[in-house]
Design a binder for this molecule. Structure first.
Ligand code: UD1
Ligand code: CA
Length: 455
């Protein structure tokens, strides 16, 4: 990788107390991806090196979520300034700029980060660039206090602010771009004599000004900079993101009949002329080919859907589902770790798990691939052009040769040769006239019971 002028630190060690969760806040998902994963994605095009996430001991799942970014441990959560200090040993000697981002501010865009770096490198050479915003309710956000020259003078946390300062509408989003060689040494000068008793990163601005260096502001829309602190914030952020993903899907050529009821994952990929009905949910890892129709009420995750396929209504595609070109998966069909080759159809009431379904095979209503014997999973292989009759069970491991026909209600436990007709069920017995006799006996019996008693 090309050496980069920019390093990045993502702060994520905070307890996230207001989430009332046993999981780290930044692991809560938005559009199927951990919050911090969104920050990592926005950073990616900038090719920062190093990228370091500051986490608390015990947050190993965060380390996994940000890999290959490195992690630094902050043992006690003594504030945002203290958190950057925790990464300082890994930042020693860096010559360029440092971006500081928060793991709980997930929608920051690449373009905004680029704008901040451009501002940092502008002719007046500000030591710090702070990303500002004007939220409708400034609430607990830090306020950006401007000097007489219109430059940034200080950041005051809401709890430490005077009423005049609280009236300022321009707020700190949390993101900063710093000239590392000048500003990092100031971390040592941070004090915790404030309302929260924490070492505030935001105090770097005042310290830099005291050195006579400039501090500047770049503004971005508040919508991009929402911080997530509670479950209510999380839900609001999800709503914003879903709205954006729906707009993107339509802009790229998909029809959403009722956009508000379709839920995407951040990584959902859609081809051209995909039509998506109401109430469809896409979990992570879904790729949809051109001209696919996904009818109402489907739940799809970890699946690849080939061009021209038709899915639903009421279908469930689970991880490892792969549908070939023009395949059909209909109502109340569940597909897991199974491939349906081109033109294969499973239109009703079926479970296909750990299975290969050949081209143009037809799977009848109520078919089950029994893939689990209570100990391990086995595969079912169904050849091209096979017709599986309704309500059949294929007990895996089992192979059905191409062109075979399986009679309805069969329980298939042994290999079926190609083009065989299989009947694996009890034989039918017809007892002539027995129904009539049965009815006559029953009617007599009922009459004798209902005779009135004498005496
Ligand atoms: C911070 C800013 C505030 C800004 C707001 C924007 C400070 C002092 N305040 O406040 O000006 O308006 O963000 O959302 O910076 N973290 C650590 N270690 C710690 C403390 C925090 O890693 O010891 C991490 C958290 O995990 C989180 C981020 O830093 O990702 C921000 O911390 P948080 O406590 O949420 O700061 P705010 O009070 O929201
Ligand atoms: Ca916060």
């Amino acid at each position: 990788m090309k050496p980069s002028r920019t390093a990045a630190v993502i702060l994520a060690a905070g307890k996230g107390t207001r989430m009332k969760s046993r999981w780290p806040k930044v692991m809560h998902r938005l559009a199927g991806r951990p919050m911090i994963g969104h920050v990592v994605e926005s950073l990616r095009p900038l090719r920062c090196d190093p990228v370091i996430a500051v986490i608390a001991p015990g947050m190993e799942d965060v380390a996994k979520a940000v890999a290959p970014a490195a992690v630094a441990y902050q043992r006690k959560q003594l504030g945002t300034g203290h958190a950057v200090t925790a990464a300082a040993s890994r930042l020693r000697g860096i010559k360029g700029d440092l971006l500081v981002l928060y793991g709980d501010t997930p929608f920051i865009s690449t373009a905004t980060l680029q704008a901040m770096l451009r501002r940092r490198r502008a002719g007046d050479d500000p030591a710090i660039v702070v990303l500002g915003m004007r939220p409708t309710d400034p609430g607990e956000y830090g306020r950006l206090v401007l000097g007489r020259d219109g430059g940034l003078e200080a950041i005051v946390e809401a709890r430490d602010a005077t009423s005049d300062e609280r009236a300022i509408g321009l707020c700190n989003s949390g993101v900063m771009a710093l000239d590392a060689p000048r500003v990092l040494p100031l971390l040592k000068a941070l004090r915790n004599d404030n309302a929260k008793g924490e070492y505030y990163l935001t105090d770097l601005v005042g310290l830099a000004r005291a050195q006579g260096w400039r501090a500047a502001i770049v503004e971005a829309p508040a919508e991009e900079l929402v911080g997530v602190n509670s479950r209510a914030d999380l839900a609001a952020a999800e709503a914003l993101l879903q709205a954006r993903l729906r707009r993107r899907a339509m802009a790229q050529g998909a029809t959403l009949i009722d956009p508000a009821s379709v839920f995407f994952s951040a990584d959902t990929r859609l081809g051209r002329d995909v039509v998506i009905g109401p109430n469809v949910v896409f979990g992570p890892g879904v790729a949809v080919g051109d001209n696919v129709e996904i009818r109402a009420f489907c739940h799809i995750e970890g699946a690849r859907i080939g061009a021209g396929a038709v899915v639903g209504p009421f279908a469930r595609l689970r991880p490892g589902a792969v549908l070939g070109t023009g395949a059909h998966v209909g109502n109340f069909v569940e597909v897991k770790n199974a491939r349906l080759a081109a033109g294969a159809k499973a239109n009703h009431l079926t479970y296909l798990g750990d299975a290969e379904i050949g081209a143009a095979a037809n799977i009848g209503a109520g078919t089950i691939t029994a893939n689990y014997d209570g100990f391990r999973k086995s595969r079912t292989r169904i050849g091209a052009g096979v017709s599986v009759g309704s309500n059949s069970v294929l007990v895996a491991p089992v192979t059905v040769g191409k062109g075979a026909i399986i009679g309805a209600g069969s329980v298939v436990t042994e290999t079926v040769p190609a083009d065989a007709l299989v009947l694996a069920r009890g034989r039918q017995t017809n007892l002539k006239g027995r129904a009539r006799k049965f009815r006559a006996e029953r009617t007599r019996g009922l009459k004798s019971k209902s005779k009135p008693k004498r005496g």
